[in-house]
Design a protein around this ligand. Sequence first.
Ligand code: TXA
Ligand code: MG
Length: 333
Amino acid sequence: MTEEKKTRIIRVNADEPELEILEEAARVLREGGLVAFPTETVYGLGALAESERAVAKIFAAKNRPATNPLIVHVATLEEAKTLAGHWPQAAEDLARAFWPGPLTLVVKKSDRIPAAACAGLDTVAIRMPAHPVALALIELVGAPLAAPSANPYTRVSPTTAEHVMRGLGGRIDMIIDAGPTSSGVESALVSVVENPAEILRPGMIDRKRLSGIVELASIKEIVVEDSRPRPSPGLSRNHYSPRPRVRLVEREEFLDLLDRGEGREFIGVGEDDEGKVYHLPPDPSGYARGLYKAFHHFDRSDVEEIIVEKPGDDSGAWTAIYDRLRRASSKSR
Ligand code: TXA
Ligand code: MG
């Protein structure tokens, strides 16, 4: 159990954060506290990556199993290399192509990061986020920050400070509010431990863009049990789920269910259907940016089921969105 604490919210400008305000958050982190901060994908729950005690607080606040390792956030490529036991050419090439950005690289770890942050694995996940607030914060702290998404375990990742407050308020020290995040779904997770590299979690930097830089292993669906350290963690089926049941259906079935209504809410794409549908934009970037906001919206309602119209065609950047929609809809209860 974590004791109840007062969670402070501080507001900063997303593009040009006021450093004197951010310094308050940096101080809390240096002292081993928990601070939620925005990245371009989702809000992260940050703590000193090198401190075993600080890292333990992340797991406690989120109720996250110790078998699920954290992502370590850095502000420079040089810092990333100090966290790696071995920095392969594929890591160098991908980092140079996509950092700062929504790409996390899994490499062999150095002993700078405590084993607990990596769930005892001999690898570490590293990312340089493309958000001025996140980068300025890491630089002010002067050390890498371990940060999973700032939501209770298995729940939907937060894209606003308000989402963080609702999920973790009273369990963390501070939230840095810089408005809604711009990208929306979590970073692509790519392991470069072996050759060829392997996508462990798809993101908005899609397969095609990654394969323009490095050779990639073929796709496999990986879902492992919660009880053992995970080779490709975070991929358990019940991740990314809102409270109501989610059903992913084709347009035809969607319209049919819409006619019948009752006890359901609807997430669709494109045109409005008489105000009965929560609409997301028809392009993958817009859809990704809005999806978790929609899930959080229905999390608060008393609806039992959300019907989601299948968007796009499950290729390119839509792959990451389909991945999250499938996980949300495969929750058994
Ligand atoms: O966009 C993002 O990646 C966000 C922001 C805050 O950076 N973070 C995020 O963290 O989504 P989290 O903890 O919710 O998801 C991290 C994923 C998990 O599936 C975890 O199991 C996996 O990365 N992971 C971490 N370390 C790993 C490792 N050494 N090997 C394989 N997977 C790892
Ligand atoms: Mg998460």
